[in-house]
Design a protein around this ligand. Structure first.
Ligand SMILES: Nc1nc2c(ncn2[C@@H]2O[C@H](COP(=O)(O)OP(=O)(O)OP(=O)(O)O)[C@@H](O)[C@H]2O)c(=O)[nH]1
Ligand SMILES: [Zn+2]
Length: 405
């Protein structure tokens, strides 16, 4: 299960061409970043492509005004775009997605078919109401609906719409209607090319630049520095914590110990017992201090890339009986939404192309290797269960293929 966004795009070698491309990349990222902000505040945006235009708003945030703007731009009645798993839950019917949701899942006879990993539900007037849209989007919200929506074919730009909501760490559920570009222009809706939404994760990862660095002695590693990396979109920074002199070790052909640690507010900062992140974070720094060298990449990929708000929703679903993988999927997200191109770019910029990786997760090894990092070895990084996270650790081994030693 290699996460998406892990294939390094070809980088330009001609410096002039490179500058021109990075200008275009930075304009594209600005557009997508603005579109994400619009969705997060409940404003519709216009997705464009050669096949037409689609006006979309996030079901989680849209209000009466946003719905009126969609109606004014729409060429046809609006639908609700959902991940197939969520659509199946709403319809209370099994569903076959064109993109198989899980290795080994058998197609269910008599199940609904969907295209491109997206399902579309027709929204009759009774469902075009902000509170009901939130219930349709959110498996944690109440179930009561005045009518069961009907499954229809999604627009060709629907996958980009879901992608945009995911970039905003919103529930992947959007009110959407085909629109005429010029009509929507009169409404002053932000336009964003669907292709730029789809290429955004790779563009953001490959435009990271070092922006600040400081010596920060740590309780467990006095000789430590923090280097901050920022992408051209101005989004949240990723951090590298360097223990000792890993760059020197790499320069003389060595392979320093590296941990790619995805941020976990609850585990890293609060000491939550639901996961193993806190012990893994501190354990990694201690291990690097013992070795004398190491790099801990602290990646802004909270909740395996679904964001803190969705992780809290996933926890509520887990309290209702789902495991960590199915809870992600019930929200409409993949089991693991992380890409490791960010980590690979940071290592490349630090001058560390060969590493020994501190992990139990084989996907991290293959993800980094696919992005051009030479992973010469793995060092296991397991901590004992604490009585609360036992099932979480079991699920990582059983369903994510995490190595037990
Ligand atoms: N979606 C979701 N994310 C979780 C849950 N529990 C922990 N996480 C997140 O999982 C991530 C932990 O990732 P890591 O420790 O870097 O990686 P890993 O895949 O467990 O692999 P290792 O390298 O073996 O630790 C953090 O971003 C946590 O916020 C959960 O129940 N649901
Ligand atoms: Zn955690």
């Amino acid at each position: 299960m290699t996460p998406p966004g892990n294939v390094a795009p070809e980088l330009p070698h001609d410096p002039e061409l490179g500058a021109a491309l990075s200008d275009a990349a930075s304009r594209a990222m600005r557009g997508v970043h603005r579109a994400v902000s619009e969705l997060r505040r409940g404003t519709p945006v216009l997705l464009t492509g050669p096949q037409g235009a689609l006006v979309v708003a996030a079901a989680e945030t849209v209000g009466a005004r946003g719905l009126a703007e969609i109606a004014a731009a729409a060429l046809a009645p609006p639908v609700l775009l959902l991940a197939p798993v969520r659509a199946a839950a709403v319809l209370q019917r099994p569903i076959n997605a064109a993109t198989p949701p899980r290795r080994g899942d058998a197609l269910k006879p008599g199940a609904l078919q969907t295209e491109d990993g997206v399902a579309a539900l027709k929204l009759g007037p009774a469902l075009l109401n902000p509170e009901l849209l939130r219930r349709l989007a959110d498996p944690v919200a109440g179930r009561l609906l005045p009518e069961v929506p009907e499954l229809v074919l999604p627009h060709v730009l629907a996958p980009a719409a879901l992608g945009l909501a995911k970039l905003g760490r919103l529930l992947p559920a959007l009110v959407a209607a085909p629109a005429q570009e010029h009509v929507a222009g009169g409404l002053d809706l932000l336009r964003v090319p669907a292709a730029e939404v789809l290429s955004y994760p790779a563009t953001a990862a490959t435009t990271l630049v070092r922006v600040a660095e400081a010596r920060v002695p740590l309780q467990d590693a006095r000789d430590a520095r923090i280097v901050a990396f920022r992408a051209a979109d101005g989004g949240i920074e990723h951090l590298a914590i360097l223990v000792g002199q890993p760059e020197e070790m790499a320069a003389s052909g060595g392979a320093p110990l590296v941990r790619a640690h995805s941020e976990c507010f609850t585990g890293d900062l609060l000491g939550s017992l639901r996961c193993d992140c806190g012990p893994q974070l501190r354990g990694a720094i201690q291990r690097m201090a013992q070795d004398g060298t190491g790099v801990l990449l602290y990646l802004a990929q909270e909740g395996r890339g679904i964001g803190l708000v969705n992780k809290l929703r996933a926890y509520t679903l887990q309290d209702g009986g789902l495991d960590t993988l199915d809870a992600n999927r019930a929200l409409g997200y993949g089991a693991d939404e992380r890409g490791f191109l960010v980590a690979a770019t940071m290592l490349e910029q630090l001058g560390i192309p060969r590493i020994r990786l501190l992990t139990n997760n084989p996907d991290k090894m293959s993800g980094l290797a696919a992005c051009g990092i030479e992973v010469v070895g793995r060092v296991a990084h397991r901590f004992a269960a604490n009585g609360v996270n036992d099932k979480y650790l079991e699920t990582k081994a059983d369903r994510f293929g995490h190595l037990l030693r």
